[in-house]
Design a protein. Structure first.
Length: 463
């Protein structure tokens, strides 16, 4: 990243202090002053993330209620959702390169403003009763592109706001989980009293408030890059790929996670919904979803307190808990038992998420973190649509209950696979950023497995 002068401003518009900062031999900014989690600036970022998640959880309700009201079917709802998800998954890698070359804060604010305009247009269409599917899909695609620009910058922002990166990730996970609980309920009320257009107005409002919080945010000066971005966009993209594949612990997790998405998460989401609604009704499904969300809050709270030395090992063990959720539905358990299993599953996945995000943010040097996070996001999401698409044919061939039981078994197998990779299970926690060697061609993966040196204050969901 760009060099900053003492007491001046970096290209991100952040202030750098006149004293208290020294540069290490690796060229990273080493701010010796502690940055507690709950500073003014982290609180602003916390609110921005919570608002964004609240809006995201409201959107499916608005699309489903609005499109169904104007005569479109379930397929149209799925197409509208895919119109946003596909550009995001396809372009987030390029967003990582952009975030490493330009101001991440400015990019995130710009992305929020683009989505504010897009969702305002959607609100006008729904209020006017002029709802055309291709127009809704275009708006969704614009949102997806903006999200691909926004998301990579999240990874590098957290370490710059708090020295306790794990606690920061735990707090953000709790906020996002609480928003996930409140979002659908709020969207349902807005649809009932103000139509689907009201939900789009509220969604646009979350982007406006998020942009305002980011505008008021004062980021500490960024660590200067160990090289200049003179090689062009393609060279930066290629370097991001080299950095990603050189970390065995990272690409191993992503490869295994692709299996998880196809065999566990992909089929679990649609099949749990259909089986629970068929057997117990929609209210029971809402209760089970609430239990799952409450579990993710619990997992975030545990992650605030528990600090394992080998974070991915602990996270993989916690992820074992998810197996009981699809298995309980497949076995035909009652609503109370399935709700309890959903809460346990939510806690396990939330704890894993904090351990993973913290590992990425502390093991990867700041000047490539956005690109590597982009590869992480893209790899984590790539196979989810495949799993969802295969859920129906698999249920028709084997029975939905049997597919869910298999998903439970595969969840255990995935955790065993994670624990079987030495680079994953033996990765030692690092509470500060991994120093980057000036020789960018050196493979950092083995160095990442060495015990971290003295703590340095400074500098991302995969999932």
């Amino acid at each position: 990243m760009a060099m900053t002068s003492s007491g001046g401003e970096s290209r991100d518009g952040e202030r750098s202090g006149a004293t208290g900062s020294v540069r290490s031999r690796a060229g990273l900014l080493d701010d010796r002053r502690p940055r507690p989690v709950w500073s003014r600036d982290f609180a602003l970022f916390f609110v921005a993330r919570a608002l964004a998640r609240l809006g995201d959880t409201m959107l499916p309700v608005a699309l489903a209620a609005g499109l169904l009201r104007y005569g479109y079917g379930v397929g149209a709802v799925g197409l509208a959702m895919a119109a946003s998800a596909a550009p995001f998954a396809g372009l987030v890698i390029f967003g990582g390169v952009i975030a490493d070359r330009f101001s991440t804060r400015a990019l995130m604010i710009g992305a929020d403003l683009v989505r504010l305009v897009a969702q305002s247009i959607a609100a006008v269409l729904f209020f006017a009763g002029h709802v055309v599917l291709w127009q809704v899909c275009v708006i969704g695609a614009v949102n997806g592109v903006a999200g691909a620009v926004f998301q990579p910058g999240v990874a590098s922002t957290v370490p710059r706001l708090a020295s306790d990166i794990q606690a920061a990730n735990g707090a953000i996970r709790i906020a996002e989980s609480a928003a996930q609980l409140a979002g659908p309920a709020l969207a349902g009320l807005l649809v009932a009293f103000a139509s689907a257009g009201g939900v789009f107005v509220a969604h646009a409002g979350t982007f406006a408030l998020s942009a305002l919080c980011l505008l008021l945010l004062r980021l500490p000066a960024a660590a200067p890059a160990s090289r200049t971005h003179g090689g062009g966009f393609g060279a930066d993209l290629a370097e991001g790929w080299r950095e990603f594949r050189s970390r065995r612990w990272m690409w191993a997790v992503i490869v295994i996670w692709c299996v998880y998405m196809i065999s566990v998460w992909g089929p679990t989401v649609p099949l749990v919904a259909t089986e629970v609604v068929r057997a117990h009704g929609p209210r029971a499904y809402g209760l089970i979803n609430s239990a799952l969300g409450a579990g993710t809050v619990v997992g975030g709270l545990v992650a605030l307190r528990l600090r394992p030395r080998r974070m991915l090992r602990a996270g993989s063990l916690a992820l074992l808990a998810f197996a009981c959720f699809p298995a309980s539905v497949g076995a035909g358990f009652g609503v109370a038992a399935v709700s309890a299993c959903a809460m346990i599953a939510g806690a396990g996945t939330s704890f894993w998420g904090v351990m993973w995000a913290t590992s990425v943010q502390t093991q990867v040097a700041p000047d490539v973190l956005n690109r590597i996070h982009a590869y992480d996001v893209a790899g984590s999401l790539a196979m989810m649509p495949v799993g969802q698409a295969l859920a129906g044919p698999a249920a028709a061939a084997l029975g939905a209950d049997n597919v869910l039981l298999v998903a439970g078994v595969m969840s255990l197998a995935v955790c065993a696979a994670l624990l079987s990779v030495p680079a994953v299970r033996d990765l030692v926690r690092a509470d500060g950023p991994a120093p980057r060697s000036p020789d960018t061609t050196a493979a950092p993966s083995e160095g990442a497995l060495r015990p971290p040196g003295p703590h340095k204050t400074g500098a991302r969901p995969p999932v």
